[in-house]
Design a protein. Structure first.
Ligand SMILES: [Zn+2]
Length: 385
C-alpha cells in the first residue's frame, strides 16, 4: 500500500512539474499583440537599386551561424568556441561568427574579426533568427506555438538601433511560410542556404512582395566532426574591417552567398551593373558552368552555359533580378554563388519599407483572455489533483 502511494506521488510530481512550467511559460504570450498585416506589394519605379554599384575593393569571408559548446553542453554544439573559430581561421575566414542559442559568446582571441551575434529561438517549431550586433541576448520567446503575429513581435522585440536581424533556415520545420514572408517586415537578411536547409524559394517569396532582403549562406554547424564547416559562406565587400563598415555593407547588400566546399572560391565576380534603362550585366573572372538569372516568383528568365559574362534586359513586369552561378569540379559537384538582386526602385538609393502592421486590439484582448483562461484551468488542475 505504501509502495503504491509512493509511486502515485512520484507519478503526479512527474506530470505536475512540467504542467507548472507550461503554465508559467504561457505568460510570454501576453507580450505579443495580434497584428493586422498588409501584404507587401512588389517593388516599383523606373530606376534600379544595385547593391554591387560602387563596390569597396576589400572582401572578407564570413559565417554567421555556428554552434559551439554552450549552456553546459545542454544545447546542440559540441566543440569549444575557440576551437571552432580556429577551424574557420585555418580555412581562411576573416569573420568566423559563433551564434550560440540565446547567448552571446565572448570575443575569441584567435578570431581576426569579432562581431557579436547569437541564434534566437526557444520554441518547439524551431522558428529561429540570427541577431547580428545585438547589445545583449534574450531568452524570451513564444515556446509552444507561433502565429504570424508572434513572428512579427519577435522581430520588433529584437530590433535595436544598430543591429541586423536574419531569418534563420526559413524552410526548416515550422519556420516561415511564403505567406509569412509576404507580410512580415523588420528583418534585413535571410539565411537562404545552409547545411540544414535550402531556402532560395523563401527568398523569392519575400523579394516578390517588395521586401528588400539580402541572401546569406551559413554552415549552421553543430558538431565540427561532422565535416559541416566551410560549406556555406559569405563574401562581403567592405571599406575596412571595422564593425561599422561590415554592418553598412550587409545592410546595403554588398555581399554574396556561396555553397561550396572548404571555403574554396570557384569563381570571382568582376561586376554586376544595371543601366537606368534596366540592362543588367554580370561579369565573372572565368566562364561558369552556368549562370541563371531569376526574377519575380523565382522565374528562371535566362540560363546560359560556358560564359563569363552576359547581359539581360529587365522586362517591365520584373521587379527584381538576381543571379546564381553554378560550377562543378571533380572534387566538388555542388558549388553555387548566390548574388543579391538588383531591385526596381523610385531612385537608385534604397529605403526599407516602414512596418506594415498595426495592433488589432479586439483580437489581441481575446487572445490574451484565452491564455488567461488556459492558465486558470491549468492552475486548478495543479491545485486539485
Ligand atoms: Zn536554428
Amino acid at each position: 500500500m505504501a509502495l503504491r502511494r509512493s509511486i502515485s506521488f512520484w507519478l503526479k510530481l512527474l506530470i505536475k512539474v512540467p504542467l507548472a512550467l507550461i503554465t508559467l511559460l504561457l505568460t510570454t504570450y501576453y507580450l505579443s499583440p495580434v497584428f493586422n498585416f498588409e501584404r507587401g506589394v512588389p517593388f516599383e519605379g523606373a530606376s534600379f537599386y544595385n547593391p554591387y554599384a560602387d563596390l569597396p575593393s576589400q572582401q572578407i569571408r564570413a559565417n554567421f551561424h555556428a554552434h559551439a559548446r554552450a549552456w553546459g553542453g545542454l544545447t546542440n554544439g559540441k566543440t569549444p568556441a575557440k576551437e571552432v573559430v580556429q577551424l574557420y581561421v585555418d580555412l581562411g575566414y576573416d569573420l568566423p561568427g559563433i551564434s550560440n542559442y540565446n547567448m552571446l559568446e565572448d570575443p575569441m582571441p584567435n578570431a581576426p574579426i569579432h562581431l557579436p551575434m547569437y541564434e534566437h529561438g526557444l520554441n518547439v517549431g524551431f522558428v529561429h533568427q540570427i541577431v547580428v550586433n545585438p547589445s545583449e541576448a534574450t531568452l524570451l520567446d513564444y515556446p509552444f506555438y507561433q502565429t504570424r503575429s508572434h513572428r512579427q513581435a519577435t522581430f520588433n522585440r529584437l530590433r535595436e538601433d544598430d543591429n541586423l536581424i536574419m531569418v534563420a533556415h526559413p524552410s526548416s520545420r515550422a519556420g516561415y511560410s511564403y505567406e509569412d514572408l509576404a507580410h512580415l517586415t523588420g528583418y534585413e537578411l535571410m539565411e537562404i542556404i545552409s547545411v540544414q536547409a535550402v531556402s532560395p524559394d523563401h527568398w523569392d517569396a519575400a523579394l516578390s512582395t517588395g521586401h528588400p532582403v539580402w541572401g546569406i549562406a551559413n554552415d549552421d554547424c553543430h558538431d565540427t566532426t561532422d565535416y559541416d564547416i566551410g560549406l556555406c559562406w559569405n563574401m562581403i565587400y567592405v571599406r575596412d574591417t571595422s564593425r561599422a563598415s561590415i554592418l553598412r555593407s550587409l545592410r546595403q547588400g554588398k555581399h554574396f552567398a556561396v555553397k561550396g566546399w572548404q571555403a574554396k572560391d570557384m569563381n570571382e565576380l568582376e561586376y554586376i551593373r544595371v543601366t537606368s534603362e534596366g540592362l543588367y550585366t554580370i561579369k565573372l573572372a572565368h566562364p561558369a558552368d552556368s549562370i541563371t538569372l531569376i526574377a519575380d516568383q523565382g522565374e528562371r528568365v535566362l540560363i546560359a552555359t560556358g560564359l563569363d559574362s552576359l547581359s539581360f534586359q529587365i522586362a517591365p513586369q520584373h521587379t527584381y533580378l538576381r543571379a546564381e552561378v553554378f560550377e562543378t569540379e571533380p572534387w566538388n559537384d555542388w558549388t553555387k554563388m548566390y548574388f543579391n538582386p538588383v531591385i526596381r526602385s523610385k531612385d537608385p538609393s534604397l529605403s526599407f519599407p516602414p512596418p506594415s502592421h498595426s495592433v488589432n486590439w479586439p483580437l489581441s484582448i481575446i487572445h490574451w483572455l484565452f491564455i488567461f483562461l488556459l492558465q486558470i484551468v491549468l492552475v486548478r488542475v495543479l491545485i486539485r489533483w
